[in-house]
Design a protein around this ligand. Structure first.
Ligand code: ARG
Length: 402
């Protein structure tokens, strides 16, 4: 008997062909593992597809709750968004899938793990680096990096080998989806000048078809984590699913960007992330009210660093742990509720409240109840402006005359 490999199986053409290829060309006994992070796929179909392709065993893990709780929500609390736009849905799922691959490999006494990533994307890096961190003894096989079949070649191989491939609705796009968001690449999208055709979107309505009447949602956070929706305590998965529906209905969360991949390529990426976009806006609004100016300034920088850690596949690192500890500490008073108006593609925060609010009406108001000590303002300005005046007189005013 040959070595055993656990393959991260999505049920698509690539990984279905990979099962047969690992078995026939590399002599592996193949275990197919599907990790459900919010796939719109059903277990029975995938199981029979994997077995028909040649897998000796099929495993299914429902990881939706773990994904939201331990990956998506911590990233939300951090405010992690890559290059200003991408809420990192695909990137966040990779370390979790890698962890479950490693667990399965150990359960199954496998010597190797495999994935269906290509040789020029970020996902291969995230999988490989995560597996190497968790289980340095495991071999990693990436069939798509080794064979030189293109899509046509894969289909031909599948036909010749009699693998039932999902050619039901052959899509020119490469799609990855989980509860936090959908990532769409390839096809006409590779021309950055072309508007994404409507067919690439599944979770969000086009603006022309969104309701004229806005929807309002109230999201409550406890210590930086979403806890309730419209006044009702809601578990993380339901909360994200519900927001995905409502916000998607109003066309919120479409993202079209040119992104810098870790491997140095610029690529055009289209995303749908209605829940993530809405939650990020709401969470930030609550931080505006509950964090000091200094906390907000540093946290905004940490957010960028955090996003890069996730994007670059560095989840299982001490650096990530350090950043996470900082973020968690900042969230201890980020408790309260935010009201968001969803309308015509926008998620706009229209109200916020918190028992830990730093907003003080009697300081902010311009009406008679004003408590701010205006008489102290000139003294404050005198000291604040002191270095400015000194430098202006010693250097800047003279420069003007030169
Ligand atoms: N560019 C995104 C990222 O690196 C999305 C990748 C999408 N993957 C896919 N198989 N379509 O996170």
């Amino acid at each position: 008997m040959g070595d055993k490999v656990v393959l991260a199986y999505s049920g698509g053409l690539d990984t279905s062909v990979a099962i047969r290829w690992l078995k026939e060309e590399r002599g592996f006994d193949v275990v197919a593992l599907t990790v459900d992070v919010g796939l719109d796929r059903d277990r029975e179909t995938l199981q029979s597809r994997a077995l028909a392709a040649g897998a000796g065993r099929f495993l299914w893990r429902d990881a939706q709750a773990d994904f939201i709780r331990h990956f998506a929500f911590p990233a939300l609390a951090a405010g992690a968004v890559y290059q200003g736009h991408y809420p990192l849905a695909t990137a966040l799922s990779r370390p979790l899938i890698a962890k479950l691959l490693v667990d399965a490999a150990r359960d199954e006494d496998a010597q190797a793990v495999a994935h269906g990533c290509t040789g020029k994307g970020n996902d291969q890096v995230r999988f490989d680096v995560s597996v190497q961190a968790l289980a340095p003894e495991l071999r990693i096989v990436a069939p798509l990096r080794e064979w030189d079949m293109d899509r046509e070649g894969e289909i031909a191989y599948a036909q010749e080998q009699g693998i039932p491939v999902p050619v039901t609705r052959e899509s020119p796009y490469s799609i990855d989806a989980n509860l936090w968001g959908r990532s769409i690449e390839c096809g006409v999208l590779e021309d950055p000048w072309q508007e994404p055709p409507e067919e690439v979107f599944e979770w969000t309505r086009p603006l022309e078809q969104t309701p004229d009447k806005p929807a309002y949602v109230e999201i409550a956070f406890e210590r930086g984590l979403p806890a309730a929706l419209d006044g009702r305590e809601t578990d993380p998965v339901t909360l994200v699913q519900t927001l995905k529906e409502v916000a998607g209905e109003h066309g919120v969360g479409r993202i079209d960007m040119v992104e810098d991949r870790l491997v140095g390529i610029k690529s055009r990426e289209v995303y749908e992330a209605p829940a993530a976009v809405t939650l990020l806006r709401a969470h930030e609004a609550l931080e505006q009210m509950t964090l000091s100016r200094d906390q907000r300034r540093l946290k905004a920088r940490i957010a960028q660093e955090y996003a890069e850690v996730i994007y670059y596949g560095l989840w299982f690192t001490a650096h990530h742990q350090d950043l996470a500890a900082y973020v968690q500490s900042t969230q201890r008073h980020v408790t309260g509720a935010v009201r968001v108006k969803l309308h015509k593609g926008q998620a706009v925060v229209v109200g916020r409240k918190s028992p830990k609010s730093l907003y003080d009406f009697s300081l902010a108001t311009y009406d008679k109840s004003d408590q701010f000590d205006k008489a102290a303002a000139p003294g404050f300005i005198h000291i604040w402006g002191l270095p400015v005046r000194v430098q202006a007189q010693a250097q800047m005013l003279e420069e003007d005359q030169e």
